[in-house]
Design a protein around this ligand. Structure first.
Ligand SMILES: NC(=O)c1ccc[n+]([C@@H]2O[C@H](COP(=O)([O-])OP(=O)(O)OC[C@H]3O[C@@H](n4cnc5c(N)ncnc54)[C@H](OP(=O)(O)O)[C@@H]3O)[C@@H](O)[C@H]2O)c1
Length: 278
């Protein structure tokens, strides 16, 4: 994905909140060649080292708000809980042609719209942290004010750090948050739990950590590179009457296995996303 589409839009790319998610995306954009002098980072508690590193790259860190021209793209990457205060302080950075891109869980287009002039282009997204290595997944929805150029600019930015899936129905974003936004945590938990189970089965803890981590990352890479369906890859590991079949009889239990547990977990995350709408 190229960022050339941004050339059609005037003004800086302003990132509000350079934490784990915003920072990961910015890393990806700069790696793809986004002109650093076009980037403004606003994050009041940025450690001095991080601010110096941005400045060294040519990114403007925490300039005075009134020195920032109307943004081409204004990315909202602060926690949903602080959104009301933050949005009211950054509203002046948006001009009539600004595309507002939110990565905040829960916060709706309607909520964001309240802080900006009527008719502003808003893209609500839910990315995930593998964006830091260009392998993120972002699900996005646009309001009716988003033009073809604005959508292309948002697609360019979001696609720079992984795949982008656009949906038309904003209500789907809560469930997408529960699947792909939070999903990396479930996979990391699997690596943690597998290591603990290995140690409980008698492996030295450090060996269990290494082989569990290698197994989760290797299986993820095989899934990504082979293009083969996950069910087929699972069957390829499962010899009839063998060890995997014995484990899967536990994990695939219809009542207490991984499937129903994940349905419950995704449901809990979906509900929490709806609550965060405020
Ligand atoms: N992490 C994920 O996997 C993930 C995935 C999808 C979406 N998201 C969404 O991304 C957003 C950020 O999450 P995160 O995990 O990156 O949290 P985070 O690491 O806490 O990042 C938020 C950043 O915003 C800063 N901030 C606080 N007040 C601010 C202000 N007034 N102006 C500008 N910056 C301000 C925070 O600084 P302080 O730490 O000093 O408060 C922090 O550096 C959330 O809305 C979350 O729902 C996160």
């Amino acid at each position: 994905m190229s960022l050339d589409v941004l050339k059609k839009l005037e003004g800086p790319v302003v990132l509000v909140g350079a934490g784990k998610m915003g920072g990961a995306m910015l890393e990806g954009w700069l790696a793809l060649g986004l002109e650093p002098s076009r980037v403004v980072v606003l994050d009041p508690n940025l450690p001095a080292e991080a601010a110096a590193a941005f400045t060294a790259k040519g990114v403007q860190a925490n300039p005075a708000y009134d020195a920032i021209p109307p943004a081409a793209v204004l990315i909202l990457a602060v926690k949903p809980q602080v959104a009301p205060a933050v949005l009211s302080s950054v509203r002046g950075i948006a001009g009539p042609n600004t595309v507002v891109v939110s990565v905040m869980a829960g916060r709706t287009i309607g909520f964001i719209q309240e802080s900006f002039p009527r008719g502003i282009a808003i893209v609500r997204t839910i990315p995930n942290t593998p964006a830091a290595i260009g392998q993120g997944v972002t699900v996005a929805v646009a309001n009716e004010a988003v033009s073809a150029d604005a959508r292309a600019a948002a697609s360019g930015l979001l696609g720079a750090v992984g795949i982008v899936e656009w949906v038309d129905d904003e209500a789907l974003i809560d469930a997408a948050t529960a699947v792909s936004g939070s999903g990396p945590a479930y996979v990391f938990l699997l690596a943690e739990a597998l290591a603990k189970a290995g140690a409980a089965a008698g492996l030295p803890a450090d060996l269990a950590d290494r082989i569990a981590r290698g197994t989760v990352s290797g299986a993820g890479a095989l899934l990504a590179q082979s293009g083969i369906a996950p069910a087929t890859l699972r069957q390829n590991v499962t010899s009839p009457g063998g060890t995997t079949a014995a484990a899967l009889a536990v994990l695939m239990d219809e009542d207490e296995g991984f499937g129903p547990l994940l349905v419950e977990a995704v449901d809990a995350a979906t509900k929490r996303s709806r609550e965060l709408a405020g």
